[in-house]
Design a protein around this ligand. Structure first.
Ligand code: ADP
Ligand code: ADP
Ligand code: MG
Length: 677
């Protein structure tokens, strides 16, 4: 196969993976073309690309999933190839064919491999035919599966054949739930994947998720870049991934990697891919599925091997022999990736899109960050709420954990909610540290992890937060490098108000809530100068002095200890204050701020009034006015970001009013249902 030239590549994706791909294109001096939906025009991937082309507005079908538009833009830009990233069109065989038909190189495998592996039932069958172990399974129509109801090896897992991203799977414990679960699974499969075909698999108890990174070229060379373990998952979606697996014996490692290579050889696979396995308590491994694309967690493999997987993908797509042989792949040390999400771990990991008011990445040895953003911005509710990935590489697992712990403390994303405190509590959790985990780790440890988030918050002295906040509040113009001629103009009429009340939120995410008792600190300001503040809180004096001003970080000394100032104003006029790895929402309650609006729309939910947790669509209303309900009854179901969210009664009572009907579009301000006692 003659090698083809590639001078320009269109990246048909957004977010961190688009940024990641473009950075390799820069390294290779290949021109990059970004594409963007209207709401992404200022995104980082557009700013760093050599050129950016608009996809217009509308739903995903009109933008990032619009094959024709993307091909037209690539042709118009004079691109030679398209990189699809992950998600979106990356596993769409029609897209790969459309590229080829237009003389554009699709950077990924051929359409046949994508079709085979994109269909979990066919992939299973192919594995069976090639003596690759799979778990017990049953394929058939709903009626055929139900006819076997009594014979199924419970618990079983219902899966969508076209499924992905952990969506639409259902565990069934016994025959009594089978019918309802099958129906729901088919409904979800049709809605999310456009294909209602489902199948049943034996549910492996306490398993691990271990996968193998593959590279394969058009010259028959297939190699593996070792494995990754991704057992820390929430809702079947990976949160933390690491390499090597801390679980496998050397013998099993060799066997699982060889099995993956073998599967790829049998199907004449080419380009990068990942073969996923489920591994039971005795280290028996079973083929789960193959992802025919670059994977979210590929950086842990890159950090260990020093191989740029995107660069190899391009090399392979050009028809060249890949740059490595199995023997030349060296894997060093241990790497851990944390996915940083705008989501609420305390509320079933509900996505929490919204404004980021301050963004600061840790800079330290062994740390790599693949981010979708580089400055304050808005996380849109139209896309996956993943902000970035933090990848830490150390000489062994212990040191990788230590680097991760430090990096998370220094990773500051001030917004409504992120999972950073949650990741911190996993990294500090004994069972994680001792690798006593399986894929239900997050579920089993939920209470413990949330408790540890609360404990971390409790251990931080709130008076320090308050003093830091007030120092910032009095000096913010100065800190932001604005010229101030008149000190009185600068600090306003504070001198008439020597006593200030500051409130700090009480929940685990340290948020001020209107419906919960916040902690109030009565502060007496003793002395204030441009670069220092002295105040008394609960009888103790707090001296805050500026110690470093300039660069991108301002530092202060609070009663002798040095802290960086990371404070931002939230869009509801509160302040987000970072101290020792955590963010606290503060607000001043004195007359200086009486113009501020403290009403907080987010938390108006009482036990009687039910709002949508996020923008979405009502797909089911279970109650009507006058119905009696009990605690935990599902009042209605709102679908948002490909998830069904059950809105449950928090109290028993009577339905006073139903404000919505099926198919209504709702946002967080919409009242769904009102109860009366
Ligand atoms: P893996 O790569 O390990 O299989 P996932 O299944 O979680 O991990 O990754 C694919 C998912 O990533 C998609 O289902 C989609 O929800 C999400 N995704 C797709 N495109 C993007 C993007 N550009 N940025 C962030 N997330 C995305
Ligand atoms: P997806 O395409 O959504 O990634 P997978 O088949 O890869 O679907 O499964 C995702 C996750 O679901 C796995 O990582 C594992 O945690 C869990 N899972 C899948 N199949 C089984 C099974 N048979 N038994 C137990 N857990 C499973
Ligand atoms: Mg998977």
């Amino acid at each position: 196969m003659p090698s083809k030239k590639i001078h320009k590549i269109l990246v048909a994706n957004r977010g961190e993976i688009a940024v990641r791909i473009i950075s390799t294109l820069k390294k290779l001096s290949i021109n990059s073309v970004a594409v963007y939906a209207d709401n992404d025009a200022d995104s980082l991937h557009c700013r760093i690309a050599d050129e950016a082309r608009p996809l217009g507005s509308g739903s995903l079908k009109d933008t990032y999933l619009n094959i024709q538009k993307i091909i037209d833009l690539a042709l118009d830009a004079g691109a030679d190839a398209i990189h699809p990233g992950y998600g979106f069109l990356s596993e769409n065989a029609d897209f790969a064919e459309a590229c080829e038909a237009n003389n554009l190189i699709f950077i990924g495998p051929d359409a046949d491999s994508m079709r085979l592996m994109g269909d979990k039932i066919r992939a299973r069958q192919f594995a069976i035919e090639n003596d690759i172990p799979v778990v017990w399974g049953l394929v058939g129509s709903l009626e055929e599966i139900e006819a076997q109801a009594a014979a199924l090896p419970y618990p079983v897992l219902i899966k969508a054949s076209a499924g992905g991203g952990g969506k639409g799977m259902h565990i069934v414990d016994d025959t009594s739930q089978l019918h309802l679960s099958l129906e729901q699974a088919v409904r979800e499969a049709e809605r999310y994947f456009g294909n209602g075909q489902i199948f049943v698999e034996q549910y492996i108890r306490n398993p691990r998720h271990i996968e193998v990174q593959i590279l394969a070229d058009h010259h028959g060379n297939v190699i593996h870049l070792y494995e990754r373990e991704c057992s820390v998952q929430r809702r079947y979606q990976k949160v933390i991934e690491e390499s090597p697996s801390p679980t496998l014996t050397e013998e099993k490692r060799k066997a699982i990697c060889e099995t993956a290579v073998n599967l790829c050889k049998k199907m004449n696979y080419n380009n990068a891919g990942t073969v996923e396995f489920i591994v039971d308590e005795n280290q028996n491994f079973y083929f789960l599925e193959m992802n025919t694309r670059i994977q979210v967690e590929h950086p842990v493999t890159e950090q260990r091997t020093g191989i740029d997987i995107v660069e190899e993908q391009i090399r392979i797509a050009r028809g060249k022999v890949m740059g490595y042989t199995q023997d030349s792949v060296m894997a060093n040390g241990h790497a851990i990736e944390c996915r940083i999400y705008a989501e609420d771990p305390e509320n079933n990991f509900m996505p929490a899109p919204g404004d980021i008011t301050l963004y600061h990445e840790p800079k330290m040895r062994g740390v790599r960050i693949d981010s979708s953003i580089d400055r304050p911005t808005t996380i849109s509710d139209s896309y996956d709420p993943m902000i970035s990935k933090l990848i830490c590489h150390g000489k062994d697992r212990e040191s990788a954990i230590e680097i991760t712990r430090n990096a998370l403390k220094d990773y500051i994303v001030q917004t409504k909610k992120t999972n950073i405190p949650y990741l911190q509590s996993i990294i500090d959790n004994d069972d994680f540290i001792e690798n006593k985990i399986d894929t239900s780790y997050c579920e089993k440890h939920q209470d413990e992890l949330i408790d540890s988030m609360i404990k971390m918050r409790d251990e931080i002295k709130k008076e320090d937060v308050v003093a830091l906040f007030l120092f910032y509040d009095f000096n913010k113009k100065y800190l932001e490098n604005k010229t101030i001629d008149n000190i009185w103009e600068d600090i306003g009429y504070w001198r008439y108000n020597m006593n200030i009340d500051v409130e700090i939120g009480r929940d685990a995410a340290c948020h001020v809530r209107t419906d919960a008792a916040n902690v109030v600190f009565h502060v007496q300001i003793d002395r204030i100068r441009r670069k220092s503040l002295s105040c008394t809180i609960n009888g103790q004096t707090y001296e805050v002095m500026l110690s470093q001003n300039g660069g991108d970080i301002n530092k202060v000394i609070i009663n002798g200890m040095t802290e960086s100032i990371f404070v931002s104003e939230t869009n509801d006029n509160n302040y987000c204050v970072h101290l020792k790895g955590l963010d606290f929402i503060c607000r001043r309650n004195d007359e200086l701020n009486d113009t501020k609006d403290y009403s907080n729309t987010e938390n108006k939910n009482s036990d009687l009034e039910y709002h949508s947790p996020m923008p979405g669509k009502v797909i089911k209303v279970n109650v009507k006015e006058g119905d009696e309900v009990k605690v935990d009854d599902v009042l209605c179901v709102v679908e948002a970001m490909k998830m069904e969210n059950n809105i449950k009664a928090m109290t028993s009572g009577k339905v006073a009013k139903v404000f919505v009907k099926e198919n209504d579009k709702v946002d967080v301000k919409t009242i769904l249902i009102e109860l009366a006692l």
